[in-house]
Ligand binder design. Sequence first.
Ligand SMILES: O=P(O)(O)OC[C@H]1O[C@@H](O)[C@H](O)[C@@H](O)[C@@H]1O
Length: 229
Amino acid sequence: MHQGLPFCWPQFGPGPLQQHGLARYVVWEVADVSASQVTFVLVPNDYTRARWNKEFELRYKVTLGDTELAVELTARNTGAAPFLHQAALHTYFRVSDIREARISGAFAGSTFIDKTDRNARKVERRNVLDIVKFTDAVYLGVHKKSQPISLQSGEGFRRIEIVPETGFEDCVVWNPGGTQPGMEHVENWRDYVCIESAMIEPQELAPGEEWVGRFALRPQPVERSRESP
Ligand SMILES: O=P(O)(O)OC[C@H]1O[C@@H](O)[C@H](O)[C@@H](O)[C@@H]1O
């Protein structure tokens, strides 16, 4: 669960449910498979009902294209009462060394919730973020600007673009930086960064209503600082 794109649903957290909700702790069913696409589905089971007694259907569609991996999460309220939900795909990216990684996007001017500083709301001044310490920042509305976020992670590593499409309006940047309380024992914090496409403001889903979140990951050519001989 600390790799790939784990689900955060119906809660991002912290909150009344466990951190990041329920959907990443249960086994989903495969609903449909083709050569380039797979769809998983999750409906309530004993585990979810014991913790959150709501009726829902989640669908997660992954599409492998020639130049991108596209992911789509759909949440539908199949019950008779409305409920509130949040959603995120807690996407882990491997980097060569977090201290050399650069995250570029339309961050400047965005409000972010600094979870390393008692959830203080701050305004980001930079468009290029570097991670020099424990970072846990929820950038509100950056995906609404429809501009890709780009991760460059050092010599020989591909640059990857996160291309927002719909639903996930916010973006969380997280790395424990070796000093996050409770995570001091995690030694590989230099090897990854999480850039999580998210919908943080709880949204109400009425009976029968659905919410769709979708984005794509596009690897870019390897950028080398020196020409090969
Ligand atoms: O270890 P977990 O539960 O996957 O969470 C890791 C981190 O996930 C991030 O999404 C949160 O913003 C952090 O606060 C949290 O520490």
